[in-house]
Write a protein that binds this ligand. Sequence first.
Ligand code: PXP
Length: 236
Amino acid sequence: MLLGVNIDHVATLRNARGGVEPDPIHAAYICEQNGATSITTHLREDRRHIKDKDVYTLIKTLKTRLNLEMAMAEDIQKIALEIKPHSICLVPEKRQEITTEGGLDVAGQLEKVSSFIKPLLDAGIIVSLFIDPTPEQVEASAKTGAQFIEMHTGTYSETFGTPDEEKEFQNLKNAAILAQTLGLKVNAGHGLNYENVHRMHEIPNLYELNIGHSIISRAVFTGLPEAVRKMADLIK
Ligand code: PXP
């Protein structure tokens, strides 16, 4: 399994003082040097953390891959088509949410999702859909033309260590197997940390995990190189 590190929280900290530090571009460099195989960043409609100039710089400076998280918004689609990240991950976005709360409802808006991602696919950008691990969403995703899904691991992470963990874990495993049967590649992310990540090894052929909050939180105490190295070792 590969490790994509989400650097949005570094930008959140930078923006708290409106200055230039800590610099998310520097953070991305450190992540790459310590085992990250891609850098994920979410250009939100309200630009609350990552700003346009960050993604324009990242696309020039990254040595690995840029995975741009984005909602179905035309202005962000325009930026994606201009900078051409290696991949985009389509997520739902609500203005008031603290973080991405649930998966994208692909089944409920199949036509809309398919036509939104078409120009991105035509431009050679790999498209991933961030969905809840249900058969309905997986089957719909397979019809859109996207090459990847990213399974939302938030509910698994929240229930980790409780009686509901097993059910949520099986939902992830079954969704991954179904997706692969339908020709999709499978990533996962949200809420994964140094304790709950180990069960991802039980899911066959997961390609990449996208992890942000737990790594940046740990980095406050250990430093970013150590925090990334430790997670990269756990998922290798
Ligand atoms: N994947 C997606 C699609 C996300 O929206 C997020 C959160 O921004 C993550 C992964 C990373 O989640 P976390 O910060 O909880 O590790």
